[in-house]
Design a binder for this molecule. Structure first.
Ligand code: ZN
Length: 390
């Protein structure tokens, strides 16, 4: 049974009952299409499968053809529940116990998607469709490699001449209580894999060998010697964490031929991944000797400077919850890193305390209040006076 689109709790439960562990969709997008089409949304199911990666189902749904286009972005995929016997309730049943809706993906982030759909439904019922467009960009590949998800949908939108004017991402941004925090940017993330080469030999004849390990240690010491920056008005200081140092040498009488280490940098907007790569190479070069470096960049840092969109969302949050939310750039990466190239983007969702954990749950009352917040955002965005928040 398709739940009423204006009932965010029933809709969240219907979504939770689809065990959409990445890359499976398990019917989650059908639930959304079933709710959105009767409201007048045109739904595009977009399936991408690059280079032998598992195919991923995505959805772009739009109500209206004119601008401005207010987009809500989110993901229906969830992380695995682990052993279901560790859970108080079946992770894919959507049980409500003592005012809390339990299940994998309730917090991250099916309740937020349901709340936005319900907010749109209520707005349409109360005032009709807005003069402009409401859209949803929903991916099934956020918790996974994020190859066939939001990025590809955005490319598809560009191809079709679709534009987004502002975007709210429904990640669970509140650490402890609803109304605590809006994210207006995110730090970037780069991982480095360093291999230092030498020549194997007998420990008693070190002049016949070339031990790479002192160089490896000195490179890591140089990389961690100074803070990367002091942070700034919108960002914490950047951090470099060594995540592993491996030699794998079982013999205490052999100088090994190589040593490896990995490190991750979470960086603010005082850096770019390219400039960090250059700095890492220059730092390793000061130690010298043969080495290779491989990098993986998960995303650049970005900031939507506080302005009309963050004010609109903050006002809506304050009106409903009584809390003025902090504008923050803390935490990991999200798909906002792709959307920021297309339009101003802020993130606001439900409380994230139990995301990715056993007994993930949300307060039923928060699902209702988040719906009120999103409805206020929609109303404010399309308010006839004062223009739009794009
Ligand atoms: Zn998420």
């Amino acid at each position: 049974m398709t739940p009423s689109p204006s009932d965010p709790v029933a809709l969240t439960r219907a979504l939770v009952r689809c065990p959409s562990v990445t890359p499976a969709d398990a019917g989650a997008l059908d639930v959304l299409v079933g709710a959105l089409e009767p409201l007048g949304f045109t739904c595009h199911r977009l399936r991408f499968d690059e280079d032998g990666t598992p195919p991923i189902d995505n959805l772009y749904a739009r109500l209206g053809g004119a601008g401005p286009n207010l987009c809500f972005a989110g993901h229906t995929d969830v992380v695995p529940p682990g052993d279901p016997r560790d859970w108080t309730a079946d992770p894919f049943a959507g049980d409500i116990i003592d005012g809390k809706l339990h299940g994998r993906g309730t917090s991250d982030m099916k309740a937020a998607i349901a709340a936005f759909v319900a907010a749109a439904a209520r707005r349409i019922a109360a005032k009709g469709a807005p003069a402009g467009s409401i859209s949803l960009l929903i991916t099934g590949d956020e918790e996974g490699p994020a190859i066939n998800g939001t990025r590809k949908v955005l490319d598809w939108l560009v191809e079709k001449g679709e534009t987004l004017d502002a975007c709210v991402v429904g990640e669970p941004t509140n650490p402890n209580y609803l109304g605590e925090m809006i994210k207006v940017g995110r730090r970037g993330s780069i991982t480095g894999h360093l291999t230092v080469h030498g020549t194997q030999g007998h420990v008693a004849y070190p002049h016949l060998a070339d031990n790479p390990l002192p160089r490896l240690v000195r490179m890591l010491a140089a990389l961690t010697a100074e803070p990367l920056d002091q942070g700034n008005a919108h960002f914490q200081p950047s951090t470099l964490a060594i995540t592993t140092i491996d030699v794998g040498n079982p013999a205490d009488n052999v100088i090994p031929a190589k040593g490896t280490a990995s490190f991750n940098i979470r960086f603010n907007d005082e850096h770019t991944s390219d400039r960090l790569k250059d700095w890492i190479k220059r730092t390793c070069d000061t130690v010298g000797g043969p080495y290779d470096l491989k990098f993986r960049v998960s995303g650049e840092s970005f900031l939507t400077p506080p302005g009309a969109l963050s004010a609109l969302v903050a006002d809506a949050v304050e009106r409903v919850t009584g809390h003025r939310p902090e504008l923050s750039t803390t935490g990991g990466t999200s798909d906002a890193r792709f959307i920021k190239a297309h339009c101003p983007v802020v993130e606001f969702g439900i409380v994230g305390q139990t995301m990715h954990k056993v007994d993930e749950h949300v307060a039923v009352a928060d699902v209702e209040r988040l719906t009120d917040i999103y409805e206020a955002v929609i109303d404010g965005f399309f308010a006839p006076t004062g223009g739009t928040a794009a």
